[in-house]
Design a protein around this ligand. Structure first.
Ligand code: DAH
Length: 345
């Protein structure tokens, strides 16, 4: 009798190993047969009473082994069913099923314009200098020849850090000029893109944070004509090869002489009249020859070196380029607005 039962165990083992499981129904049938509440193995185990005492232990071990084998086979097939990790290897995948749409992001218009400006200057040998947004007033004002009683330092314009008279959020990227000139020897040829802050009332035309790109070129024999040519090259790369520029005398504490550069925008439609105030010209940047006082402040000998600098706002150029009428849209992260720039690089 006992040997009969041992033969049945052997048969069951072979049957389990040979079971064909190719889909969920077959897997479920396997589970019921070998692992369900009324499974075959239980019935077999019930036969233990008919086994010779001397072989009861051996019998118990074999039945357990049988159960474990059934469990392993079941688990390995379960993993291979749709919706599980091993699914990729499963031939049941429907490769023609429509996939979830992949949402692609977009570059921010400020980044698009900033990157274009950077690329234009990189082509003529300017390297990028990035510096801190939290500055001290020496780099932001004093070194840049802006005296202590200058209105630009006023609490109205500048965000000072809490409990500090000296630490502030930089009001312009010109602070990077001082950072670079005090740490690098000429020749210097850098552009400094970055965010700046001013304590201004937020409106459709101005914001308390915006972006600038600063330029600085220091070497022997750098002239005003070099600056003019560099800026003309920039304007034509940025706004088209026929673009005309003009330089108007201006004042900045850190340059002498100083100028503002306009590009000719044209007067082709009503919008042009409005944004150029009827002149056709648009102001793009401030510039000038670095004031010798600034060179001295930063440890550069003005008898040997001269240089030019310029600084431009990015938001205004982005607004012109993309006909954005309210600067606040650039800072609100409204995806309906940002989506329009998908694919623009
Ligand atoms: N820092 C000036 C501003 O924020 C812009 C500027 C003007 C920068 C003339 C310059 C410059 O480097 O030469 O309004």
């Amino acid at each position: 009798m006992s040997s009969d039962i041992f033969a049945r165990i052997q048969q069951s083992l072979e049957a389990i190993k040979a079971a064909i499981i190719e889909n969920e129904t077959e897997l479920e049938a396997f589970r019921i047969k070998y692992l369900g509440s009324k499974n075959e193995l239980k019935e077999l185990f019930g036969e233990i009473k008919n086994v010779d005492n001397s072989r009861k232990k051996e019998f118990g071990q074999l039945v357990n082994e049988l159960k474990e084998t059934a469990e392993k086979i079941y688990e390995s097939h379960k993993l291979a069913q749709p919706g599980t990790e091993k699914d990729v290897n499963n031939a049941n995948l429907d490769m023609s099923a429509p996939c979830e749409p992949i949402l692609s992001g977009s570059r921010h218009p400020v980044s698009i314009v900033m990157n274009r400006i950077i690329q234009i200057f990189e082509r003529i040998g300017f390297t990028i200098a990035e510096e801190r947004e939290i500055e001290d007033d020496w780099h932001n004002f004093t070194a840049m020849n802006t005296p202590e009683d200058h209105p630009a330092r006023d609490m109205q314009d500048t965000f000072y850090l809490k409990d500090s008279n000296t630490q502030l959020l930089r009001t312009h990227t010109s602070s990077v000029q001082a950072r670079i000139m005090t740490t690098q020897a000429p020749p210097i040829r850098i552009i400094a893109p970055g965010r700046v802050y001013r304590n201004e009332t937020i409106s459709s035309r101005s914001h308390c944070q915006f972006h600038q790109v600063e330029g600085l070129y220091i070497d022997t024999n750098v002239s005003f004509a070099d600056m003019k040519q560099t800026l003309l090259y920039f304007a034509r790369e940025m706004y088209g090869e026929d673009t005309e520029i003009r330089l108007r005398p201006s004042f900045f504490p850190f340059t002498e002489p100083s100028a503002e550069m306009d590009v000719y925008w044209g007067l082709n439609n009503e919008d042009d009249y409005r944004i150029t105030k009827g002149t056709g010209w648009l102001e793009i940047l401030g510039c000038g020859m670095v004031d010798p006082e600034v060179l001295i402040n930063c440890g550069i000998d003005p008898k040997i070196y001269s240089g030019f600098a310029f600084g431009m706002g990015i938001e205004r150029q982005a607004m012109l380029q993309y006909k954005i009428t309210d600067i606040r849209q650039l800072f609100e992260n409204d995806t309906r607005f940002l989506k329009q720039f998908i694919g623009v690089i």
